[in-house]
Design a protein around this ligand. Structure first.
Ligand code: T4K
Length: 369
């Protein structure tokens, strides 16, 4: 049993498999700029994720930021603060104004009953997060977006491989953005992808990720550089071969956590969502000090003392970040604020042992007063 356990640990293919995958690059010297590994991964992911079109980028953040730019958005964007910094930063870095909608207290995704009251004549889009792998209320978001002619961007960083009613989660909304960061269910070391339907959007995104270059003597648009390199794409190709197995292992870990923690007074877990094929990306537990006896921070410390690195994803909420000092009011999103002060995401990765889960739960339950 490992004595130190971190919140997650990158999935890695057998080293021989990766070496085999990158070997030919020593002959070709082709390391980036949409080479064969990039093209191969793009094709395989389109199929695996069940999406119409996909483009690969350097990371999940650039997927979000450049998608918003490619959609040519202006004005206000309705979003949630209960997320990683990236979601809000992508909005702000596009010169857009985030308007924070609260999350629902059950699965912590956007509270769709609060969206319409936030819409103004400046609203251009909804940027909603499938947080922890829990999917948003897609039907309701689509209904509202249609009614007010808003674009829908899903931050799907946590939902690699998730399906809803048999359809790949990346196929919903105008755009869905995945992260393939080292800490994700599927990783390409660093990496990200944008899934979309509209070919014109695809061209605009491509221009942004590759300087608008369409040939050695042809530059069609002003763009940046957000191309996935061949080493990352090769890692993605290898990891994709094992991802179903990895998800199956994660399922066992999550089930074990649930066996110990489900129904414990003062601990709230996310329910299993109807119609969803999950990916077991994260395992959040919300501690109510009044009922549990110990606070989230006390449980965090008890675990840390035993070498267990749970994390407070997502504390602080993004509308309380120092960089936004005075701009937003956290009291506009009381549920997100409440959760952020009580949540712990417990260690979860495919190769974690069930003994480790037992040990973690024992520490948690013995801190109950
Ligand atoms: N939207 C959402 C909702 C997101 O959650 C994220 C990223 C994004 C957008 C943006 O996607 P990217 O641009 O990152 O592709 C981590 C990740 O860096 C970040 O990707 C992720 N969300 C976020 C939730 O978690 P940190 O600052 O907590 O990472 P760090 O370095 O503390 O790592 C956490 C643990 O992971 C470590 O304790 C050990 C393990 N780890 C870490 C690294 C870097 C490994 O096993 N291998 C590694 O290489 O942000």
């Amino acid at each position: 049993m490992d004595s130190k356990i971190l919140v997650t640990r990158s999935s890695m293919p057998p080293i021989e498999e990766y070496i085999e995958e990158i070997k030919e690059m020593w002959d070709s010297h082709w390391l980036t700029n949409m080479g064969p590994k990039h093209r191969g991964l793009q094709e395989k992911l389109e199929e695996y994720l069940g999406v119409e079109h996909i483009d690969l980028l350097t990371n999940g953040h650039m997927a979000l930021e450049l998608s918003m730019q490619a959609l040519n958005l202006h004005g206000e964007v309705i979003t949630t603060p209960y997320t990683f910094a990236s979601t809000t930063h992508a909005i702000v870095r596009n010169g857009l104004t985030p308007v924070f909608c609260d999350v629902n207290p059950v699965d912590f995704t956007m509270d769709v009953t609060k969206i319409e009251e936030l819409i103004t004549d400046k609203t251009c889009a909804i940027v909603s997060v499938h947080v922890y792998g829990n999917i948003c209320n897609i039907e309701e978001i689509e209904r509202i977006a249609k009614k007010y002619s808003l674009k829908v961007i899903y931050d799907a960083a946590h939902t690699f491989g998730v399906r809803y009613k048999g359809k790949g989660i990346g196929d919903f909304g105008d755009v869905s953005c995945f992260s393939f960061h080292a800490t994700k269910v599927f990783n390409s070391i660093e990496g990200g992808a944008v899934c979309f339907h509209d070919k014109e959007f695809g061209e605009a995104l491509y221009n942004l990720k590759n300087f608008g270059i369409h040939g050695p003597e042809r530059v069609e648009a002003v763009g940046a550089n957000a191309k996935m390199n061949e080493f990352c794409a090769a890692m993605g190709l290898c990891n994709l071969r094992h991802v179903d197995e990895e998800i199956a292992k994660r399922k066992k870990i999550v089930e074990r956590y649930r066996t110990h923690l489900d129904g414990t007074d003062g601990i709230q877990l996310n329910p299993v969502q109807d119609g969803v094929t999950p990916n077991y990306a994260y395992f959040p537990a919300v501690f109510d000090e009044k009922e549990f006896g110990s606070s989230r921070n006390e449980v965090f410390e008890a675990l840390a003392e035993q070498g267990i690195g749970a994390r407070k994803y997502f504390y602080p909420i993004t509308n309380s970040f120092e960089c936004f000092h005075g701009q937003y009011d956290v009291n506009d999103t009381p549920v997100a604020l409440h959760l952020s002060k009580r949540v712990l995401t417990l260690p979860l990765y495919a190769d974690m042992s069930l003994d480790d889960v037992d040990r973690i739960c024992e520490i948690i339950l013995s801190s109950k007063k």
